[in-house]
Design a binder for this molecule. Structure first.
Ligand code: FE2
Length: 283
């Protein structure tokens, strides 16, 4: 193990470098149950306070490089309307979005977050919590471990992620709002479940859950199958998160449309690897 990990993760509480330790075995069992039932599990105070400060300042030092976008999108992250579908189809519901990312290719070589994402210890721990192996770090050079910035009035409407598994690390909380809401396992490979998705988009709260995240907490989340959103950020303080992601397919990256709309640019890799998804779900 690289000693730097000790300065980032609270290894005394969570010895993720030793998956056979009883404390980690118990934690894995708990996370696995929560992920199966609720598609989401939270580990409190995972990141040490000093490391959190470093992450906060590495983002704040590069705020001018954050790509902010305001385009309305549907739950499948598309901005373009498909008029061949019925008017009330969930793909035709467009919602306000105001959100920004510090793309992963902007991170310094020595970045705290980049280092953590690239450790085998974190990858193996997350894989064990999910009960899925192998999982891979996302090959998308812009999106794989981006910092997410939501300023005053920032909002992220209902959507599905294009990667299977996302970690959310809360770096800074806003004064009010910016609450994460989710609908566990509302779709699965081969089944879009449009009727249920439509209900939620129309305001039905039956399936909706809220998650309370504090700075330093780590959330593991199945974002491709669980529709989720972040409510409007209120007050002057921005909401900062880091959202490193893991995938089942080491080859795949975002579609060129998503990359342009969300991360502000398209790289050659997005064009080369633009192909239909093997799970049959819409990106
Ligand atoms: Fe998401």
């Amino acid at each position: 193990m690289n000693d730097r990990l000790k300065t980032i993760v609270d290894l005394k509480k969570y010895p993720i470098h030793n998956l056979n330790s009883p404390v980690i075995k118990n934690l894995i069992t708990k996370c696995k149950e929560e992920l199966e039932e609720q598609s989401c599990s939270t580990i409190p105070d995972f990141i040490l306070p000093e490391s959190l400060k470093i992450m906060n300042s590495e983002l704040e030092n590069q705020l001018d490089e954050v790509y902010m976008s305001k385009e309305s999108i549907n739950a499948y992250l598309y901005a373009k309307d498909d008029t061949s579908l019925p008017k009330d189809h969930p793909k035709r519901k467009f919602m306000n979005r105001y959100n920004g990312y510090l793309n992963s290719d902007c991170f310094s070589k020595n970045s705290e977050m980049k280092f953590l994402y690239e450790t085998e210890e974190l990858l193996k721990f997350v894989s064990a919590c999910l009960g899925v192996s192998p999982i891979y770090r996302w090959a998308d050079p812009l999106a794989c471990h981006a910092y997410n910035v939501m300023k005053t009035d920032g909002i992220l409407p209902w959507h599905f992620d294009s990667c299977e598994f996302t970690l959310s690390l809360m770096i800074q909380k806003p004064e009010r709002g910016g609450v994460f809401e989710y609908c566990p396992n509302i779709r699965e490979p081969g089944n879009e479940n449009f009727d249920e998705v439509k209900k939620v988009l129309n305001g039905d709260r039956t399936r909706v859950r809220q998650l309370k995240l504090e700075p330093g907490d780590l959330q593991i989340f199945k974002g491709r199958f669980t529709m989720h959103r972040v409510t409007k950020v209120e007050g002057k303080k921005s909401r900062y998160m880091c959202i490193p992601a893991y995938v089942l397919d080491p080859y795949r990256v975002n579609t060129p449309e998503h990359s342009k709309a969300i991360y502000g640019k398209v790289l050659p890799i997005h064009l080369e690897r633009n192909q239909a998804r093997s799970d049959g779900l819409t990106d």
